[in-house]
Design a protein around this ligand. Structure first.
Ligand code: ZN
Length: 367
């Protein structure tokens, strides 16, 4: 007896058939083109191998699915589980009849709440509500830094609901600055304003969120926005006047540049500043063990005008227009490379190096 469900935060699956082989596919929902996100929970009380086949494209990554026993802690099932880019196998054990599988390492609101619980009593941490969505969901805004800080940094993520790996990086980035603060005083000078879930309803619904019709959240920086959160971000950034604005994304599923961390260049004067930040980040990546830590090489960055990087009305192009001196979007892959598959912790350590690179960039800027 096999039972499959997706009635939890982030769940997304269509069950095609359950026989010897379990056939499923991702729900594309309102995305105007094919995308690859899926997540489901399955119960099987027998001790046996179950083969899973996906019937809509290649959506099984190089280390197989992310899997979890509790829906909170996720790791990769492993390359040995992969039968093809459309299929994997899992052996159910009697002590764990119920398991979760997902395309990549999920990060839901419950993960953010666990992170917030650990830092919420610190005097430099505050929490606010950016706005309500059209469904009346509160969009959280996390503030890390002194309320009197003269300068501000703005971070946001999940304009595209399924792009989950970025939030582990942001946890690491914030945790680094919080730990470093008593010695450095960095958070007296700079206050961080972070919107972890721009499309919070999409994240919790388990939507793809990418390429929504008629357009998605990151194409909504237009005169007549269709979502409630985008005009709220525009008002907020205009009033805040941050010195750094970073919008975190994942790239396409895998292959070529998509297997590397890269920055989306802007084609403006901000690119020189982005390059200084990138230089600092790549120097911090030097000498790391690539099997354990996620490298960054500016050679993978994409210039404005190349391929899909065109002057669309995105969050980062909005920030550039508003004269944020260094604004850009950065892409964090879903999987990583053969010699260094991503984990929640390696993503957090990458965030720690980004925090160091930001400190170096901001320190040079003020000299
Ligand atoms: Zn994105």
């Amino acid at each position: 007896m096999i039972q499959i469900r997706s009635d939890y935060a982030g769940g997304n699956i269509k069950v095609v058939s359950v026989d010897e082989v379990v056939r499923v596919e991702q729900e594309i929902r309102d995305s105007a083109y094919w995308w690859f996100y899926w997540s489901f929970c399955i119960r099987c009380d027998e001790e046996r191998d179950v083969v899973f086949e996906f019937t809509n494209g290649e959506v099984v990554g190089p280390w197989g699915p992310a899997y979890s026993l509790d829906g909170i802690h996720w790791e990769w099932l492993g390359a040995q589980s992969v039968l093809s880019a459309k299929s994997f196998v899992y052996r159910f054990a009697p002590d764990h009849p119920e398991v979760y599988f997902a395309f990549s390492l999920p990060y839901q609101v419950r993960h953010f709440e666990r992170f917030y619980e650990r830092i919420k009593t610190l005097p430099i941490v505050r929490r606010d509500i950016l706005c309500l969505t059209k469904k009346q969901t509160e969009v959280p805004l996390l503030l890390v830094g002194s309320a009197d800080a003269p300068e501000h940094l703005f971070f946001c993520s999940r304009h595209h609901a399924c792009e989950s790996t970025v939030n582990y990086v942001l946890e690491g980035l914030l945790a680094f600055l919080i730990e470093d603060h008593p010695a450095s005083g960095f958070l007296e000078r700079y206050c961080i304003h972070f919107v972890p879930f721009v499309d919070i309803d999409g994240v919790e619904n388990g939507d793809q969120g990418k390429g929504r019709a008629p357009h998605d959240h990151n194409r909504d920086y237009v005169e007549q926005p269709i979502y409630a959160v985008t005009p709220a971000i525009m008002r907020f950034v205009r009033a805040l006047r941050p010195v750094v604005g970073m919008d975190f994304h994942c790239p396409h599923k895998w292959g070529e540049r998509n297997d590397h961390v890269f920055i989306v260049k802007t084609g403006t004067g901000a690119d020189r500043r982005i390059e200084r930040f990138g230089q600092a980040l790549s120097e911090l990546s030097r000498g790391l063990d690539d099997a354990r830590d996620i490298p960054y090489d500016p050679a993978n960055d994409i210039e404005m005008g190349d391929d899909w990087n065109q002057p669309y009305p995105t969050c980062s192009s909005f920030m550039i227009q508003e004269n944020v001196p260094m604004a850009f979007s950065i892409k964090i892959p879903y999987f990583g490379l053969v010699e260094g598959q991503y984990t929640a912790d390696s993503l957090r350590r990458l965030g720690g190096r980004m925090a160091q690179a930001l400190k170096i960039y901001l320190c040079e800027k003020s000299v």
